[in-house]
Write a protein that binds this ligand. Structure first.
Ligand code: KG4
Ligand code: ZN
Length: 801
């Protein structure tokens, strides 16, 4: 009897090189036989190169996809985007193959290159971290293998040159800093400097033999839990920490925005909030602890901790440190913000040491501590922590039960640890804290009110990651959305006053498995089956442009790899086309020719839809997008982010004729827009009022600004309808939620005798359902995309497909 051979696929794109290793698994001897390996210079093209290269290697070696039992991927540290491409690809591949995924340090892979080349002795691996920084890790390399000496960290190249010496040096930073490190040790051959296919397999085999991984264990190798090694927060967060560590009263403003959005954009009637790990709809604010609130923390410490309490000076000293993470929770009732809890941790040697977790007595039992810890854990993970430890008084049974509930286990005791000689119990627990990790976001499942029991194929799963929502939807052959799931990151961006691209990309990687799995699970229950696998789908579709390229690339890499692994077609969809199709959700029989107004934070345009797939842009904005203008005006008025909902609710109370703001290009004779002049006029008005010492009439400003926007939008839409003679008018984008705009369109369309479609808010803003609707048409026309498909910041909607 012959048993089928089983294989492992390993790859790394953390740097300039795409490295792939294919190995045959031998479970008896726990060994991996190298079948093929390949290293190619990628020069930032890893998303187009990786999957075609893997496909070629598999085919050349006559390996069936069903024989792949494990996926291994380099987690960095390295280029953030490079690492995310490998991980997103690996997550998609492992999810669709239903096999485990394991991450390996890209630096360990280089160390195994050294071992493989016969080098023995103390080695230092230095990877380029850009910004004149390097990732240094020391290893002991001997006959037995490789032993790591340091946790991942990032330091200035010059500091590393002063600090680290070794017998041998390797790593791609040597290319850039050869001179700087020439005295620090002998340079190993350049062939060892970048991760290799063989190095990946050797590193994994070592972990297998040490029983830290098992290539056949899907639970242990849960693809959702494998995450990049960053060792740094995003620049926006780093700068925020510096600002917050200073005792500046302005710090108090940070983060208030979370609530504004929630008040206006509560989930709709048909939505169910499935998971809400951190940011609640309960008016509780979470944000990094700032110096101005340290006295409040110290006061609460004294009440709760007695002799273990930390004082103000101790706490203030913590905040500016790069290896510390402190978060606080506040109530935001109509009165003042009040501190109700805080948590702090220290990242040391790849471990999060939880220093403090406390909640005010009257707020206990509301999961505040758990949510605070989740925030701390999120940051700690980005800073390189892989697990968490803490000490707790032996007699503190409530706290011990709390940690045990979070899967922490008792490691041992430290006798007489506390000042009163009580023993400390030492616990260790996993990071991240949630099994199905959605990066601490609220996941919303949109319920389709249409009740249908027939769900003919094709079944297409669509993914949207172009901006700050991670979304997945499943559509059937009738065009019914069987499942439509969305995780919003808004709470992670709000306190920065806008979407931070690096944070968006990170969150997509964290959430993509959880969101797509939730989508499949909901679909399974609708279909009346216990589970739905990727292989049962007909195609995978993904938004490929336009949007934030680092965010898009996560969805594209994940979706391509999942489609490849499931042997089904891959479809790439233009995000703006999605917004056009979203109107089918409200009006299933809507049909071209029609005029669509796309108004969001990134776009403002009138599109003539001559047929599905045949578009003409009649006019677009020359400068700011409409949503952007709302956001900028709100920011100037100190109303937080996003601005649209706040401005529109304020406007209800105001007089739209109070201030005569300009209607730019109203009579320009064409269908283009300009909004920067209006924005400037509002800012000038605000300054003038302030200088004159008059209080700002927020409601009048909001109403007058909004009216100026609406007048131009509606007038140009009317012209577009008359020019094209289209009998259908519809909307897309977040600004389409604006009640004044909707009302004016109703009046205009009634007068023009044109059918108006006003999609519900959930269909106007970014979602995956709209991408699925486009994908269904594409699928029927057999318009599929190749394995080298990529993500793009821009794409031409007019180009026929
Ligand atoms: O389509 P969207 O969710 O995201 C993209 O920009 O792609 O749109 C978000 C934009 C934000 O600028 C937000 O301020 C605006 O839509 N918005 C509104 C309203 N609700 C959201 N603008 C005006 N009035 C509203 N009610
Ligand atoms: Zn959009």
């Amino acid at each position: 009897m012959t048993t089928q051979r089983t294989y492992i696929v390993a790859f790394d794109t953390a740097n300039e090189v795409v490295a792939i290793g294919i190995g045959a698994l031998n479970a008896k001897t726990k060994s991996i036989q190298l079948i093929a390996s390949r290293e190619i210079e990628a020069h930032r093209q890893s998303n187009t190169q990786l999957l075609p290269q893997i496909d070629e290697l598999i085919t050349l070696n006559n390996i069936e996809k069903s024989q792949i039992k494990c996926v291994v991927c380099g987690r960095g540290p390295g280029s953030f985007t490079g690492v995310r491409i490998a991980l997103s690809t690996a997550k998609g591949m492992a999810s669709a193959l239903a096999v485990p995924l394991y991450g390996i340090s890209s630096l360990d892979v280089v160390a195994w290159n050294l071992w493989d080349s016969g080098i023995r002795g103390d080695c230092l691996v230095l990877a380029d971290a850009m910004r004149k920084e390097v990732y240094p890790v020391r290893y002991c390399v001997d006959e037995e293998g490789v032993t790591r000496r340091d946790a991942d960290t990032v330091v200035k190249a010059e500091v590393a040159a002063e600090t680290y010496k070794a017998r041998y040096l390797s790593g791609d930073a040597l290319k850039k800093y050869a001179d700087l490190f020439k005295e620090n040790g002998t340079f190993a051959p350049e062939a060892t400097w970048a991760p290799s296919g063989k190095g990946l397999l050797l590193a994994f085999q070592d972990a297998w033999r040490k029983n830290t991984v098992d290539p056949f264990d899907v639970v242990c190798g849960n693809p959702a839990l494998t995450l990049p090694v960053y060792t740094r927060l995003s620049d926006a967060e780093e700068n925020e920490r510096i600002r917050l560590s200073k005792n500046d009263p302005k710090n108090l403003v940070s983060g208030v925005q979370d609530v504004t959005r929630r008040r206006d954009q509560r989930p709709q009637k048909h939505d169910t909030v499935l998971e809400n790990a951190q940011a609640g709809n309960d008016g509780i604010l979470f944000r990094p602890l700032d110096a101005a609130h340290v006295p409040d923390v110290a006061a609460l410490e004294t009440t709760l901790m007695g002799s273990d309490a930390w004082n103000e000076a101790l706490l203030l000293d913590e905040l500016p440190r790069k290896d510390r993470v402190w978060w606080a929770a506040y109530t935001d009732s109509d009165a003042e913000e009040e501190l109700i809890g805080y948590a702090g941790g220290w990242i040391v040697d790849g471990q999060l040491q939880i220093l403090k977790v406390a909640t005010r007595k009257d707020w206990q039992l509301q999961h505040i501590a758990k949510r605070l810890l989740a925030y701390v854990a999120n940051d700690a993970r980005d800073l390189g922590a892989r697990n968490a430890t803490l000490e707790v008084r032996e007699s503190n049974h409530a706290a011990r039960a709390f940690y045990e509930g979070l899967d922490f286990s008792l490691l041992g005791k430290r006798p007489g640890y506390y000042s009163d000689k009580e023993d400390a119990c030492i616990y260790q627990g996993p990071l991240p804290l949630d099994q199905r990790d959605v990066a601490g976001m609220s996941v919303t499942a949109h319920e389709n009110p249409e009740v249908s029991t027939q769900h003919p194929k094709p079944w297409i799963l669509a993914i949207e990651t172009s901006c700050d929502e991670t979304a997945a939807a499943l559509i059937d052959g009738n065009g019914t959305l069987i499942s439509d799931v969305l995780a919003s990151q808004i709470d992670f961006h709000a306190r920065f006053g806008g979407v931070v691209p690096e944070i968006a990309s990170r969150k997509h990687v964290e959430a993509i498995c959880g969101v797509t799995q939730e989508c499949l699970d909901i679909a399974a229950s609708k279909l009346g089956v216990s589970s739905l696998s990727w292989k049962e789908l007909s195609a995978v579709a993904v938004t490929y442009a336009p949007g934030l390229v680092g965010a898009l690339v996560v969805g594209v890499a994940f979706g391509k790899a999942a489609a490849w692994a499931a042997d089904i077609p891959f479809i790439s969809v233009n995000h703006l086309e999605g917004h056009i199709y979203a109107n089918k959700i409200e009006t299933p029989d809507i049909k071209p020719p029609m005029v669509v107004s796309l108004v969001s934070g990134g776009h403002t345009m009138l599109v003539h839809v001559k047929d599905w797939g045949d578009y003409e842009i009649l006019g677009a904005t020359l400068d700011d997008a409409v949503g952007e203008a709302f956001d900028k005006v709100a920011k100037a008025l100190g109303l937080g982010y996003p601005g649209g909902p706040v401005i529109s609710s304020l406007a209800k109370e105001g007089n739209p004729a109070a201030i005569d703001f300009p209607r730019a290009m109203l009579h320009s004779g064409d269908l283009r827009f300009s909004l920067s002049g209006l924005k400037t006029a509002v800012l000038t008005h605000i300054n003038k009022e302030k200088q004159a010492g008059r209080p700002l009439n927020l409601a009048d400003i909001a109403a007058s600004f909004q009216q100026a926007v609406v007048d131009v939008q509606v007038a140009k839409a009317r012209t577009a309808l008359r020019q094209t003679k289209a009998r259908e008018f519809c909307l897309g984008g977040g600004v389409a939620a604006n009640p004044a705009l909707r009302k004016s369109y109703e009046e205009m369309c009634a007068k023009e005798g044109v059918r108006l479609t006003l999609p519900p808010l959930t269909a106007c803003t970014d979602n995956a359902g709209m991408i699925a609707l486009v994908a269904l048409d594409r699928y029927r026309k057999h318009l599929f995309s190749p394995l080298n498909a990529d993500a793009y910041a821009q794409a031409n909607l007019e180009e026929p497909y």
